[in-house]
Design a protein around this ligand. Sequence first.
Ligand code: ATP
Length: 365
Amino acid sequence: MTIELRQLTKRFGALTAVDAIDLQVGDGEVLCLLGPSGCGKTTTLRMVAGLEMATEGDVMLDGKRINDLSPRQRNVAMSFQFYALYPALSVAENLAYPLHADKLSNSEIETRVAQVASTLQLDRILKRKPSQLAEGEKQRVAVGRSIIRNPNCFLFDEPLSRLDVQLREEMRGEIKLVLQNLSRPTVIVTHDQLEALTMADRIAVMRDGRIEQVDTPHNVFQTPSNLFVAGFIGTPQMNLIAAQLKDSDSHGQANFIFEGGQALKIKVDPAISRLAPGSKVTLGIRPRNLKMIDEPAEDSLSTQVDLVEPMGAETLAHMRDGFQNLRLVTDWRVPLSEGNKIHVRFPPGVTHVFAKDETVIRRKS
Ligand code: ATP
């Protein structure tokens, strides 16, 4: 089973909520739609579910266009959160609930409940009520209720948003395990990057109704395709520093100048040679990639620490001197205090360069 969206568009009056997106989700694949509030994630999911009609474009399920089918005919499982069990019903009754509408015989229902209970290891707690379950067990029952009708795909909207931080962490792992065994396409909507990075096989990063990048969690983090994705993924946020390219060679050796007059010579992607000297660019480097050094060097910038935030094993330092806000993460043992003058080195190969149109300068791999 596969889902494919072709040029899918949704307009609400003058507002284009979803703007001609193309997307494929494979059998057994977990795809997260990730983006800030209002970027069109939920609307996209609702069009797949059949709860919202597409203005233009196609929703395909296993190669067939399903735009005109009702939600029920599409046989998708859409859940808004994993919880919401009926408290008065036992686990077995909660699992069986979605089957009643299908007019199955009691023995067929029993068989299906037993199958799902076995898949999700719920056999021993079938008689319990939700109040007698651990949180992880409740989660599994809720998942069981979504899968019992053997839907064509799974759609989840912010599944963990109501849970506290600790529980979220446990559930992310649990859900991933369950979804891996379902061999159906799954789409999860979230604005929480950690949720997406941990649960997804691939992430589609959305902004203003468009998909900015679709890639594995590793690739959206390591090789963002534009400034938006670079700034959106990763905490603390990637440093994004305005600079001017002075010159570069075909090996990616490049000289940059900053507003305050400082210069930097570093090795970046060889595609930099496409840019004319004098071009305005944005340099992107993650706070963990900046390295403190004792003496200034041609591949370092000098600045002053304004704020130190201990984060347990690491320390986050903010520097505003000469830059809008440069962030550096170091081991907690490195002594750092406000007012320190420091030199931060840009190691080779970890700095992204974004052109004026916000796309990354990178050779096609
Ligand atoms: P959130 O995480 O806040 O739910 P989202 O990325 O899921 O955001 P959508 O809910 O898809 O975003 O909304 C996309 C845009 O479409 C928003 O600007 C929203 O206000 C608008 N919108 C959504 N539903 C409707 C509607 N029924 N009528 C008019 N505008 C709508």
